[in-house]
Design a protein around this ligand. Structure first.
Ligand code: SF4
Length: 440
């Protein structure tokens, strides 16, 4: 039996695509091995969102080359956004790679492996959903569900529209049927995936659909206790989506609302299609309709042209919103993006200094916000042993907070935890008892 190994870089969509790649390979009779050195087929599912991602990946690729030198029969394959952004260059720069395929071409890997082609092949069209391939889930009770592929936005710093193509939504009924099947297999939490997840359904024909309709339809499926989704865009964070959080028990009390910058001038240069006032208006509506909702975000520091005054506006928004957590990034120019050609590049030392101030404020506000959980009993979906303390268990709350707690429970179980400590990163608690019924 041929053995394969997959290394995954990047976002949840890549984690999903890798689960589908593994499911497809197992359906072809391959077996997964935990160690790359034992694999006949060495695969990488790559990310290209930042320079660092490329550098980190290529060091892994050279490790695969060394393995292939020892056994030339091995096959090396590179999938994902980096492969798509490089296309045929992959073979020119890395001639030991046998097959390369974009995020929309995972199924072509099967074609390559079942053909007796001896030459290297690349597949870079945007067709099909990896969501149609058999999946091999990493967790029994959780499933990623790809609801759309690609993105129609034109954020000037982002390479995704280039590497994942135009936005296409999967048929509504097909998604409901997939989640019903997952529930029948024991899945209790689903995460809906799309580059721009809350614009789902706009292009569907003959009948366009709304993202909120999908949330209501999945909420009605027996067995599904939690619905999460990523990544939404503030421009599509409509009132009906926010009301779904307030009205539906299953829709988790967490909204990820990428800000990127608090300066309207920088948001314009980023082509984010909203300004500071519109963004804060969404936050106000979330606070009004779902007061206890956790809000998290993405922020870029040092975008070309960002002045100290622009950055101060980002700090003002962070202070005002009080995010439960934030992913913060130093701007890095990506090839084939508009921002990479812009004037006004911010010196690296200035970016680093701003990042330090931003992280300090994010953590202070997140720690303040987290105190609202102290003394409360919250429902936690158990994931396994704590990563920091083997005497404890870890899980996630409906607010997407990591919870480390004392207790006796198994992965996939819902437990009730009384929180006695909260930091910007996680919550700590005591006493875990299996829930007789879920509470929100
Ligand atoms: S919405 Fe903007 S940042 Fe997000 S994937 Fe699309 S282009 Fe990139």
């Amino acid at each position: 039996m041929k053995r394969f190994h997959v290394t995954t870089f990047g976002c949840q969509m890549n984690e999903h695509d890798s689960e589908r790649m593994k499911g497809m390979l197992e359906s072809l009779g391959y077996a997964e091995v935990p160690d790359r050195a034992d694999a006949d087929l060495i695969l990488f599912n790559t990310c290209s969102i930042r320079e660092k991602a490329d550098e980190r990946f290529t060091s892994h690729l050279y490790d695969a080359r060394a393995l292939k030198r020892r056994d030339p029969e091995r096959v090396i394959g590179v999938g994902g956004c980096w492969a798509q952004s490089m296309k045929e260059q992959v073979f020119r720069q890395f001639p030991f790679v046998d097959v390369a395929f974009g995020p929309g071409q995972v199924h072509k890997l099967a074609e390559f492996l079942t053909s007796d082609s001896l030459t290297a092949q690349g597949f870079f069209e945007f067709e099909g959903f990896t969501g149609h391939l058999p999946g091999k889930r990493a967790r029994d009770v959780h499933a990623w569900v790809q609801i759309s592929a690609g993105c129609n936005m034109k954020c000037s710093f982002c390479i995704v529209p280039t590497t994942r193509g135009r936005e296409v939504s999967r048929p509504f009924e097909e998604l409901v049927a997939e989640v019903e099947q997952l529930a029948a297999e024991g899945v209790r939490e689903v995460t809906l995936l799309g580059q721009n997840v809350n614009s789902y359904g706009i292009q569907l024909r003959p009948q366009p659909r709304k993202f909120s309709e999908l949330l209501y339809a999945i909420d009605a499926i027996d067995g599904i206790d939690r619905i999460r989704y990523t990544s939404p865009h503030p421009a599509h964070m409509t009132e009906d989506v926010i009301r779904a959080h307030a009205e539906l028990d299953t829709v988790c009390r967490h909204i990820h609302l990428p800000l990127q910058s608090g300066s309207t001038a920088i948001l314009k240069a980023m082509r984010r299609t909203y300004d500071r006032r519109r963004y804060m208006d969404r936050v106000a509506l979330i606070r009004e309709l779902v007061p206890d909702c956790a809000i998290t975000t993405d922020i870029i520091v040092g975008f070309p042209g960002e002045t100290e005054a622009d950055f101060e506006q980002t700090l003002e928004v962070v202070d005002e919103v009080g995010y439960d957590s934030a992913f913060t990034f130093i701007f890095s120019p990506r090839r084939e993006t508009e921002a990479a050609e812009m004037d006004g590049m911010v010196p690296h030392s200035v970016k680093v200094e701003r990042m330090e101030r931003l992280v300090a404020l994010v953590q202070r506000r997140a720690a303040e916000r987290a105190q609202r959980f102290v003394g409360r009993e919250i429902e936690v979906l158990v994931e396994g042993a704590s990563r920091t303390d083997e005497t404890r268990l870890r899980g996630r709350s409906r607010h997407n907070k990591a919870v480390n707690f004392e207790g006796d429970a198994s992965p996939g179980e819902f437990v009730r935890v009384e929180i006695n400590e909260a930091t910007s990163q996680s919550l700590r608690g005591v006493t875990a008892q299996p829930l007789t019924q879920l509470f929100r």
